[in-house]
Design a protein around this ligand. Structure first.
Ligand SMILES: Cc1c2[nH]c(c1CCC(=O)O)Cc1[nH]c(c(CCC(=O)O)c1C)Cc1[nH]c(c(CCC(=O)O)c1C)Cc1[nH]c(c(C)c1CCC(=O)O)C2
Length: 355
């Protein structure tokens, strides 16, 4: 039922034929679709201009800003999808966690979660906590027409790390101390984070997002055995809850070469690969029935164009061994990246892959 409804809405807007959605679903495409993680943001002068004097979390709560910033990269690049402008900590703030995003640092939590009372105080999210999200998604879907909008959320390990460490962390030692040493508390925390993430992604999908990406950016810090026991069950719960909407589910992390198979098993339709594992090798690490996304090194964009071109062609060639391939960087666009290089790269991906 629900899938039929989504299907007919998609065909009316032309979305069903979107190369991005087709590649996610492992269907034939006229060319390899491309988008860039962090395609909106500090690499764009027009972003810096609209953000002037507006704190990050305020920008994330204003539909006019969300819509404008989400659309900015689409005016420059021939990308095949837009990604909703927000941050992974927005739903945590919406359920009352006292946190801020400090420029040049990242998310900082005032009262890091270390004990059972703080875990018990984390409540579920309701649509009324984030009215600006549904409003901005609806506005964007209207503007985007046949271009899909990707909604997103943070993955359970990455969210837990920010909450427990209180900010960015190199070694995630307090997070892992809870994971290893207090499994019941860990279970309650990650279970609640999974539920908040489900609540939050549902708001985006029900308002019209065509795909979702779960960014478990820092989960590469965990080995496969602990990933399977202590992270995968919660991620699986998130992906399962979205199953009925029929939207492609992308799962991404950094340094996750040893986890790619498990990240697929958790229920993703598309597994994101960073630049450390060639896509034709990633194909063997992920079970059949999954598409891949990636994986040009974002730092490569600082090399001469000839090098960028050769490496992009190499990514495309390796990507052809996958059942479906969405071209992307292996992590987000770095702030000093020249937008003209990204524009050229998007065109190259289309031209070099056109059948
Ligand atoms: C780990 C993580 C965070 N946030 C996010 C992740 C997962 C993705 C990843 O691994 O990169 C997700 C995120 N954050 C942002 C997006 C925008 C959508 C996009 O274009 O991809 C997305 C998808 C905007 C942002 N989120 C943030 C910025 C920069 C804030 C600014 O412009 O002032 C943007 C554009 C802030 C932020 N928020 C976070 C960090 C590490 C930072 C950067 C801190 C800094 O270096 O200043 C946490």
């Amino acid at each position: 039922m629900v899938e039929d409804a989504v299907g007919s809405k998609d065909s009316a807007s032309g979305l069903a034929d979107s190369p991005f959605l087709r590649a996610c679903r492992r269907r034939p495409v006229p060319y390899t679709p491309v988008w860039f993680m962090r395609q909106a943001g500090r690499s764009l002068p027009e972003y810096l201009r609209v953000r002037e004097g507006v704190p990050m979390l305020e920008a994330c709560a204003r539909p006019d800003m969300i819509i404008e910033i989400t659309l900015q990269p689409l005016r420059r690049y021939a990308v095949d999808a837009a990604i909703f402008f927000s941050d992974i900590v927005v739903p945590l703030r919406a359920v009352g966690v006292d946190l801020d995003i400090k420029p040049g640092v990242g998310p900082v939590v005032a009262d890091p979660i270390r004990g059972p009372e703080q875990v018990a105080a984390l409540r579920r999210l309701t649509p009324d906590d984030v009215p600006f999200v549904a409003e901005a998604v609806r506005g964007l879907v209207g503007e985007l027409g046949a271009t899909p909008l990707i909604g997103f959320a943070g993955g359970p390990f990455t969210l837990a790390s920010y909450l427990i460490e209180g900010g960015p962390s190199k070694n995630h030692e307090r997070t892992k101390a809870m994971m290893y040493g207090e499994p019941e508390l860990w279970d309650r925390l990650l279970g609640r984070l999974a539920d908040i993430t489900i609540d939050y992604l549902k708001v985006q999908v029900e308002a019209g997002a065509s795909a979702v990406q779960l960014f478990d950016s820092w989960v590469g810090a965990v080995g496969p055995q602990d990933y399977r026991a202590s992270v995968l069950p919660y991620t699986r719960r998130v992906f399962q809850a979205l199953e009925r909407y029929g939207v492609p589910r992308i799962h991404f992390g950094v340094g996750t070469g040893e986890l790619l198979g498990l990240m697929g098993e958790a229920g993703a339709d598309v597994v994101g690969v960073d630049w450390r594992v060639p896509l034709d090798e990633a194909v063997h690490r992920v079970e059949p029935g999954k598409a891949l996304q990636g994986n040009l090194d974002p730092a490569l964009l600082f090399a001469p164009w000839e090098v960028v071109e050769a490496r992009a062609r190499d990514v495309l060639a390796r990507g052809r061994t996958a059942e479906g391939h969405v071209f992307n960087l292996g992590h987000g666009v770095l702030p000093a990246t020249d937008p003209d290089v990204l524009a050229r790269l998007a065109d190259l991906v289309h031209e070099a892959s056109a059948s």
